[in-house]
Design a protein around this ligand. Structure first.
Ligand code: CTP
Length: 393
């Protein structure tokens, strides 16, 4: 993607260096357009070296190329970081007095700004009115955060971190193909109590489910992440649960959702009568026998009761290293559970748990199996593609 990074004149300009580096590392073609004042804070040579492109702030060089129009039109995305109070004011007024402000008026690409300034300047009525004006015109913003400012002072006005700016900016270019849908994701591993301090649990970390929840939100969905025994934050409702019964209750309150993604490792069994007091060796003796009873299979129940518009995704963690046998097992589970899509992986030796990368098979009732290897985010992205396809069928 061709990304134009505008840098305006504030101390946070030094963080634009990290932003440019992250974008080029992700394979994007980055063109940096600083203002004259930005170049007082960060060197042109640094920006050229990291963007691997020439850096130009002057409207009046190469005039024959009409470069403000060319740069504006060739960009797929425009990020202005940091955006000063003055830049925001000039943008609100439609003033075009340097290369960057001309591009802002000329580009059809989505624009996102990351303001940075002192708290007093951010809270000033003029700045707030200017921000409201440009947001109303469709410019996007990643809010400044609270934290250390230029000197010893701190407060709201610190520019968002480069990785958060990258995340928010790239999300603008994603298709909003889940807009209007409510997606419920379960993740993590349930715990079934034995006594007040002990439980039967499993190694699921909740990472894959969290990535799926984030990706669904980026694609426009309203998302509920039901998390068993981990915590996560993001653009979703987070519902913490402990046991399979808690998880069931949380799902039952949301049965009218459009998509259910059952990534949680839900205990198949629970202790029939958990002890109300801590079990003591001195009392239990040589052998401890636990009577376990089957938990309801939520995936099977939701799949059986779903209406025509709903999409249900199941997961299968198998210990099968041979891909074709894994696929056979997974097809069988897809049929038995009655879900629309099944994500299967081999967890032999406990690999995958708590890792950032994984390798899965994506099976759908109506299409061929796809093997995906990559980060859990990449897997999430491919899964959402499959869900969008299934919802359209
Ligand atoms: N699941 C569920 N309710 C349960 C147990 C599992 O909804 N009580 C869901 C999981 O969230 C996951 C899928 O079922 O989507 C995983 O099934 P799995 O536990 O692998 O299958 P089982 O039917 O338990 O089969 P196996 O005998 O292979 O363990």
């Amino acid at each position: 993607m061709r990304i134009l990074v505008g840098v305006t004149g504030g101390i946070a300009a030094f963080k634009a260096v990290a932003l440019v580096r992250q974008l080029t590392e992700q394979g994007h073609d980055v063109k940096v357009v600083p203002t004259e004042n930005a170049l007082r804070f960060v060197g042109k040579a640094t920006l050229e070296a990291l963007s691997k492109n020439s850096v130009d702030s002057d409207l009046y060089t190469d005039v024959a190329d009409v470069k403000h129009i060319e740069l504006g039109q060739s960009a797929d995305l425009v990020i202005v970081a940091p955006a000063t109070a003055s830049f925001i004011a000039r943008t609100a007024a439609g003033i075009a007095d340097d290369l960057l402000s001309n591009i802002i008026l000329a580009t059809p690409a989505p624009i996102i700004i990351a303001p940075a300034m002192h708290t007093e300047m951010w809270e000033n009525a003029a700045t707030q009115a200017n921000v409201a004006t440009i947001l109303a015109r469709g410019i996007h913003m990643i809010e400044p955060t609270e934290g250390r400012l230029t000197g010893e002072d701190s407060g709201k006005g610190r520019m968002a971190e480069p990785e958060d700016i990258v995340e928010a900016a790239l999300a603008l270019t994603l298709p909003q193909d889940l807009a209007g849908k409510h997606v419920v994701v379960t993740a993590g591993g349930t715990r079934e109590p034995i006594d007040p301090v002990r439980f039967i649990g499993n190694a699921s970390s909740g990472k894959q489910g969290t990535e799926i929840a984030k990706e669904a939100a980026r694609r426009g969905a309203k998302v509920t992440l039901i998390g068993a025994n981990f915590a996560a934050t993001g653009a979703f409702e987070f519902v913490p649960v402990v046991t399979a019964q808690d998880l069931s209750n949380a799902i039952n309150a949301r049965l009218d959702a459009d998509v259910f993604i059952m990534a949680a490792a839900i205990s198949d069994y629970r202790v029939e009568v958990p002890s109300a007091t801590k079990l003591k060796k001195s009392v239990v003796g040589e052998r401890l026998e636990l009577s376990l009873v089957l938990n309801e299979d939520l995936l099977a129940r939701i799949s059986a009761k779903k209406n025509a518009g709903q999409v249900v995704v199941g997961f299968a963690a198998e210990t099968e290293t041979e891909p074709s046998r894994l696929e056979t097992l997974a097809r069988l589970k897809l049929e038995q559970k009655g879900c629309d899509i099944l994500v299967a992986n081999d967890v032999t030796g406990g690999k995958v748990f708590n890792e950032d990368t994984t390798s899965v098979l994506l099976l759908a009732k109506t299409s061929a199996t796809v093997a995906v290897t990559g980060t859990k985010r990449q897997v999430a992205n491919r899964l959402i593609d499959a869900i969008v396809l299934a919802a359209a069928q």
